[in-house]
Write a protein that binds this ligand. Structure first.
Ligand SMILES: [Cu+2]
Length: 140
């Protein structure tokens, strides 16, 4: 898939440029060429597992979000996505801090978050109340 690859490469370059524009003292540097640590999130009726995700600031993460349910769900975490400097790949799937995931489908993102504690939830009516919430903890 040459077209996809070149799109990813362009996104990676754009990501590097965004990183470069931050003061180096404030933001850990990342290597665009470095490998990303795979992390999985599973959405079910009505749960997000794991409930607490531990990440490291500046470390590239290959985040795979799977909707293992017959219902549509989403992962809503606007502060987290805003602090994660470009989901490098598939950035277009994040809209207003939210990724919708169709039943029995997965979405994979590459990102590099900044330190902090971020709330995540499914924003569909009642889903959060029923248990679809959690926390992303990004250690400095
Ligand atoms: Cu949901």
């Amino acid at each position: 898939m040459p077209r996809l690859n070149s799109r990813l490469a362009l996104s990676a370059i754009a990501g590097a440029a965004i990183w470069a524009s931050f003061p180096s003292a404030a933001v850990p540097t990342i290597s665009v060429m470095g490998s990303a640590r795979p992390v999985g999130l599973r959405l079910t009726d009505f749960d997000i597992a794991p409930e607490i995700v531990h990440l490291r600031a500046g470390q590239r993460v290959l985040l795979r979000i799977t909707n293992d349910s017959p219902l549509p769900h989403n992962l809503t975490a606007p502060e987290f996505f805003a602090a994660s400097l470009a989901p490098v790949a598939e950035a277009s799937s994040v809209r207003q801090g939210r990724i919708a995931i169709s039943p029995r489908k997965s979405v994979t993102l590459v990102l590099a978050p900044r330190a902090g504690r971020y709330a995540m939830k499914c924003s569909h009516p009642l889903h959060r109340m029923l248990g679809m919430s959690g926390t992303i903890v990004v250690e400095p």
